[in-house]
Design a protein around this ligand. Structure first.
Ligand code: FES
Ligand code: FES
Length: 155
């Protein structure tokens, strides 16, 4: 049976009427019409659906909508704006990271959460933090450069 839940996403409050265990990703994409968190595997295996909940990077394909209700959800659209991009967004542009772009929500949201507590990460720390994310286009080296560039910009 469906229930009403209040979702706070990118600073806006929405009400959705869904099954409590429906994945947050479906609420974001299907009910709120958002297109930046992507469905990749639906099994917490690829990271394409990653969002922040209360500042933590989580895979929204396995988070029940009921568990996200009342918490602060941030997607890539809420991380920055075209006029004032988040440092990781600017670094992606500067390093020309994206190819098809399907995976970038996961990498950028994971990096943004990681950089809050890792101000000067080594390549090894970045690789560990990003373990489990998938990019079929093979942009991994450019991603590491972008994370390091963003860390410098945030220092
Ligand atoms: S779609 Fe969520 S981890 Fe792949
Ligand atoms: S840029 Fe295409 S999957 Fe990562």
């Amino acid at each position: 049976m469906t229930q009403k839940f209040t979702l706070k996403v990118d600073g806006h409050t929405h009400t959705v009427d869904v099954e409590p265990d429906m994945p947050l990703l479906y609420a974001l994409r299907d009910d709120l019409g958002m297109r930046s968190p992507h469905f990749g595997c639906g099994l917490a295996q690829c990271g394409a659906c990653t969002v922040h909940i209360d500042g933590q990077a989580v895979r929204s394909c396995v988070v029940p909508t009921s568990a996200a209700a009342g918490h602060e959800v941030v997607t890539l659209q809420g991380l920055g704006t075209p006029e004032k991009p988040h440092p990781i967004q600017q670094a992606y542009i500067d390093e020309q990271v994206p190819q098809c772009g399907y995976c970038i929500h996961g990498w950028m949201m994971t990096a943004a959460a990681f950089l809050k507590t890792n101000k000067n990460p080594t390549d090894a720390q970045i690789r560990t933090a990003m373990a489990g994310l998938k990019c079929r286009c093979g942009t991994h080296m450019a991603i590491i450069r972008a994370v390091k560039r963003a860390a410098k910009a945030m220092a």
